[in-house]
Design a protein around this ligand. Sequence first.
Ligand SMILES: Nc1ncnc2c1ncn2[C@@H]1O[C@H](COP(=O)(O)OP(=O)(O)O)[C@@H](O)[C@H]1O
Ligand SMILES: O=C(O)C1=C[C@@H](OP(=O)(O)O)[C@@H](O)[C@H](O)C1
Ligand SMILES: [Mg+2]
Length: 359
Amino acid sequence: MTANKTKRIVFIGMPGAGKSRIGWEVSKYLQAFFADSDKEIAKHEGTTTARAFTVLGEPAFRRMEHEVIAGLIGRMWDSPQSQVLSLGGGSVTNEDSRRLLQDFARCGGQVVYLDTDVDDAIEQATRRQETRPVLGEDSRGDWLRLYRERKDQFLQAATVIVSVRGKTPQGTALTVLDALEEKTAVLPFLKGRSYLVMGRRVFMHLPQTLSSADPHGRKVLLVHTLAAQADSDKARGILRRKGYEVIEASLLSSQQGLASSCLDPAREADFCLFVGDQDLCQAGMAFIRQRMPGLPFLLCPSPASCLPDLDWGQLFQDKFRLLGILAESDGPDKAQDDLWGRVLAAFPPQADTQACCLS
Ligand SMILES: Nc1ncnc2c1ncn2[C@@H]1O[C@H](COP(=O)(O)OP(=O)(O)O)[C@@H](O)[C@H]1O
Ligand SMILES: O=C(O)C1=C[C@@H](OP(=O)(O)O)[C@@H](O)[C@H](O)C1
Ligand SMILES: [Mg+2]
């Protein structure tokens, strides 16, 4: 996706996550048309969404909500102007609406899941309790029950996942815009699914990538070259904020033997992260293959421009657990587009190329 291309974006997530507010913020940045399905439902029914929900009952409300959403999504393709649509939190529970989102994503639309936690969401959702009939007296208990029921549906529908925790509405909107500009490919040749992601702030994918590989893993060995100190600092900061214990191995250069400084800490670690140039990534892969083949690891090529020069042949080897390649690069701009063109030339996407998101 290039910076100025027409965008079609749908927001999903739990009640109180900020879909309506962030959708509107994002539409302002993009000078896009904005719609909120709850507002359209209120117009359609001539009453508030909450009242429509209570009067119709949930099953009939979901069918009517689906009809409204189908109309809104259909219209998103009619205009050359960018479009943003925020949905109600329960819309993904309807199978037809889920299918609609799947088709929307297949046609190039972006489905942004705003991931939040119960405390923030309840605080935000209960600001105007009357608009959320699904949250009763035990709003916390209700929210958590709905979250358990819906979480997988959100994750499956999403093409982009953005955490809203600890961010202002504007901060979340900017993060969403960066995430939408990311370039993502699936590396389907490895066991499980590995992702190649390039863009600004790709390190925000780290916590989710690690926890989906091993939810209990806490210790990360971060190997970096001095030249990649700034990127390494960013990665470490994000991981520590999420409660990971980061053991650092700082190498003067990628030529320095990895085994001597990294073998002992690697034995203690649950994951390994290599942040550095092409040589460090190559040396990292060799180290993992020869010494620690079971250790899940990530490559973070820095600068990102070395990405096309990685030895893809080595990557194709099935002897280790590469979780992903995260390349932090400024942009969106032409340089990033060109770089991605070179990456795809070096590594033509195979089979399943649907964009996947990890943040
Ligand atoms: N990141 C945020 N920080 C602080 N307040 C927020 C944030 N996102 C949304 N809000 C506020 O929280 C309330 C609920 O947000 P809303 O967008 O209606 O949630 P949703 O549509 O997901 O249910 C609104 O008053 C909104 O302005
Ligand atoms: O979670 C739900 O089932 C609902 C969420 C509401 O929208 P928000 O998620 O915008 O609050 C609204 O559609 C309706 O009250 C039902
Ligand atoms: Mg809303």
